[in-house]
Design a protein around this ligand. Structure first.
Ligand code: PLP
Length: 357
């Protein structure tokens, strides 16, 4: 067992052809630029082993691996920021370690000791720290992923796995305010399912509904409960929040909702400011009624990739409702500003969220 004071021993092979100097940092599309190195380890005979940092590149495996056939795969997402004092802050990595293990358990995959998860990331980020952009709203996106590697076609849990961490510099995810559609045909997650896990398959299932919405002129979907499409659950691959009568209101978590770390950070900050927070079921009917009577003043998505994505318009069964002007939204704009400042070391880290290296 690795303790927080022990160092994870990682075999490092440096890239012979670093790409940093030839990478254009002024034009970073999300998830398309990768840093020079990646972390890789294996789960074999009941334990995690072969901890390595390698040049970013292809991995060899059989076309029979069960991740490809039966979807035993999940990922995580977090970010690192350059601080003005020269340190690098990774935002709440233990929370991702914890959630990664919840995903693993639900998908019958092995858990990874939290210390290994965090140190693998910390050592990788440290090695590629020059890849962290310093422009406002930019960061290093960190993408851990675990997948099953048994080359066997029986439907059963694999006995071997790989855990890989990729990183890449990234700019703002959504460049504009969103026009979203409340989805009342398709579902993202059902009760008893695994919507709370960052399982790869959840995202495959969301692509067609999202594409249909784009065809209708929307940017994103608001998912509703699979049973009756009566309650709001998430916004695309982000959590969703509203300000109604001055209170910050968000769907309570359940097995159909991903427990976002940004969600938790936003609620913690808002409570510390004395903003009243409600975690409860929110019906579509309530959202529409509160837009109509003016009590709903803000609506936004929260997640690591987007941070805060303001919703400008909401469509429901063919009617499009316009929300109050984004510039005047006090709570979400304050959240965005403060969260950005904390993560990039420009405001005091009063909740102890930054893991510094
Ligand atoms: C990742 C994700 C979120 C946001 O989680 P964060 O930890 O804040 O990044 C919300 N919903 C879904 C479906 C997600 O995949």
């Amino acid at each position: 067992m690795l303790n927080a004071t022990d160092t994870l021993e990682i075999k490092i092979t440096r890239s012979a052809t670093p790409r940093l100097a030839t990478t254009d940092f002024s034009n970073l599309a999300f998830g398309k630029t990768f840093s020079d190195h990646m972390f890789v380890c294996d789960y074999i005979e009941g334990e995690w082993t072969n901890f390595q940092i390698l040049p970013y590149g292809e991995l060899p495996f059989s076309p029979a691996i069960s991740a490809l056939h039966y979807g035993q795969a999940f990922f995580e997402g977090l970010k690192a920021y350059n601080h003005p004092n020269g340190k690098v802050g990774i935002f709440r990595p233990y929370k991702n370690a914890e959630r990664s293990n919840r995903s693993a358990e639900r998908l019958s995959m092995p858990t990874l000791p939290e210390e290994i998860f965090v140190q693998a990331i910390a050592q990788l980020v440290d090695l590629d720290r020059e890849w962290i952009p310093s422009q406002p709203h930019h960061s290093l996106y960190i993408r851990p992923v675990m997948f099953a590697t048994d080359a066997a076609l029986g439907v059963q849990p694999s006995s071997t796995y790989k855990f890989v961490v990729l990183t890449g510099p990234t700019g703002p995810y959504f460049s504009k305010n969103l026009k979203v559609k409340i989805e009342t045909t398709f579902s993202r997650a059902s009760e008893g399912g695994f919507g709370f896990a960052k399982a790869a398959g959840n995202y495959a299932g969301s692509l067609l509904p999202a594409r249909e919405a784009v065809k209708e002129g929307y940017d994103q979907l608001i998912w509703t409960d699979a049973k009756n499409h009566e309650f709001v659950e998430e916004l695309g691959a982000a959590n969703v929040m509203f300000v109604i009568n001055g209170k910050l209101v968000t769907p309570s978590t359940r097995d159909t909702i991903l427990k976002g770390i940004t969600r938790d950070s936003v609620l913690t900050m808002a409570r510390s400011w004395g903003v009243e927070v409600e975690e409860r079921r929110i019906s579509v009917a309530e959202v529409i009624a509160c837009i109509a009577d003016g009590s709903l003043t803000e609506a936004f998505g929260v997640g690591t990739a987007a941070t805060i994505a303001h919703i400008a318009e909401i469509g429901h069964e063919g009617t499009v409702y316009t929300l109050p002007d984004v510039a005047g939204r006090e709570i979400s704009n304050r959240i965005l500003k403060t969260l950005n400042e904390i993560r990039s070391g420009l405001a005091p880290d009063e909740f102890g969220w930054n893991y510094l290296i």
